[in-house]
Ligand binder design. Structure first.
Ligand SMILES: NC(=O)c1ccc[n+]([C@@H]2O[C@H](COP(=O)([O-])OP(=O)(O)OC[C@H]3O[C@@H](n4cnc5c(N)ncnc54)[C@H](OP(=O)(O)O)[C@@H]3O)[C@@H](O)[C@H]2O)c1
Length: 338
């Protein structure tokens, strides 16, 4: 199996990514136990199928070490020259407070060491507290480390549009912002996408499959009790559905997505991912991978074999129109963390 050229996106002049990124929060331990050996072995199956881009973080349990192990095995199997085929995007999620050069550099060094790379392809920076402006100091140091060659490109995660504006005016070049973006959570459309579009800051979407709730598995199912929500993702996005409009409305959404999926001979998950990939400013969708436990590689490859048409949008929109406006209820992207 190989993916068509449309599966690739040029994030920057020197960085091409797969538009479906493999999400590694699922190996953190919050989504069930993961066996390191089989997990790293399965990373080859993703790569060989064309899913060459990984999203991870310093705090996703062993994720950075898995990248390190994968790269070592990959180099032994295919030669070091082919390591350039792998893109691994980590995050740095510090506690707020003063951001000295030493503290920032040490954090970057830890990721470099764990991942076994000389330069981080993309470092996505997260900040918990908008009232603490030290994030600008952290970004200045990160920009210096980028200019010194330790980071290829700087990115953000869960920043709101107002902070993106402040950072742009401060003069730090940011290539992407990773935010929750799905048929249920369309807040990036309110302000962020237009802002990013004007400045070349793309969006990497997560939560698009709502931890797996956006699939045939939950179509026609009664509302799951908390005990049935066995991963951190399922719990997180079930709460999002409750805020958005509740389980009955979500079932209406699944029902129309199923009609569209059948028409294109794809899955509900494919329609959900495709919908977000076709939105302005979206570079890619991150789909969580419970490595060595479950995999949807062949199904997710189908996302690149069809497109949504006007009739599909006309079918979906009336259901979405019945939901609450999450910009009003929660606030802009990332406000759910603050
Ligand atoms: N920046 C942030 O704050 C942040 C927050 C959350 C996530 N993320 C990133 O986004 C990634 C995705 O995590 P998420 O929590 O948003 O989960 P998600 O991608 O919405 O859901 C992942 C789950 O969806 C199911 N799935 C995948 N493909 C499917 C298909 N074709 N058909 C049916 N089900 C399918 C699988 O469930 P089963 O395993 O049960 O089959 C998988 O574990 C994370 O790993 C992380 O990299 C970032």
């Amino acid at each position: 199996m190989s993916l068509p050229p449309s599966a690739r996106f040029r994030l920057t002049d020197d960085l091409s990514i797969c538009r479906i990124l493999n999400g590694m929060w699922q190996v953190s331990g919050a989504h069930g136990a993961i066996e390191p050996g089989p997990a790293v072995d399965e990373m080859f199956a993703y790569h060989d199928a064309g899913f060459t881009t990984w999203d991870l973080a310093d705090h996703y349990g062993p994720a950075e070490d898995f990248i390190g192990n994968f790269r070592r095995l990959f180099a032994a199997r295919h030669g070091v020259e082919r390591l350039a085929e792998i893109q691994a995007f980590t995050k740095w999620v510090p506690h707020p407070g003063r951001m000295t050069r030493r503290l920032v550099e040490e954090a970057v060094e830890v990721s470099l060491r764990r991942m076994g790379v000389e330069r981080l392809d993309l470092l996505q920076f997260h900040w918990w507290d908008n009232s603490d402006e030290n994030y600008l100091e952290a970004l200045d140091h990160l920009a210096d480390l980028r200019d010194e060659g330790k980071i290829r490109h700087l990115a953000l995660t869960n920043f709101d549009t107002e902070r993106l504006r402040i950072i742009a005016e401060h003069g730090v070049l940011i290539v992407s912002n990773q935010v929750q973006y799905s048929l249920v959570d369309r807040r990036p459309e309110a302000r962020m996408a237009a802002f990013g579009g004007a400045r070349g800051t793309t969006l990497l979407a997560y939560g698009t499959l709502l931890g797996g709730l956006l699939s045939e598995k939950y179509l026609g199912r009664p509302e799951p009790a908390r005990a049935e929500l066995t991963t951190a993702s399922l719990q997180k996005y079930k709460r999002m559905i409750d805020t958005w409009g509740g389980w009955a409305l979500f079932q209406q959404l699944l029902a129309v997505l199923k009609q569209i999926a059948d028409k294109h001979q794809v899955s509900i998950a494919n329609v959900g991912v495709r919908y977000i990939l076709e939105r302005p400013s979206v570079a890619g969708v991150i789909v969580g991978a419970r490595l060595g436990v479950t995999e949807h590689i062949a199904d997710n490859a189908r996302v690149f074999g069809f497109a949504l048409d006007n009739a599909d949008h006309a079918t979906i929109e009336p259901v979405l129109a019945k939901s609450r406006d999450l910009m009003t209820v929660i606030g802009d992207c990332g406000d759910e963390y603050r």
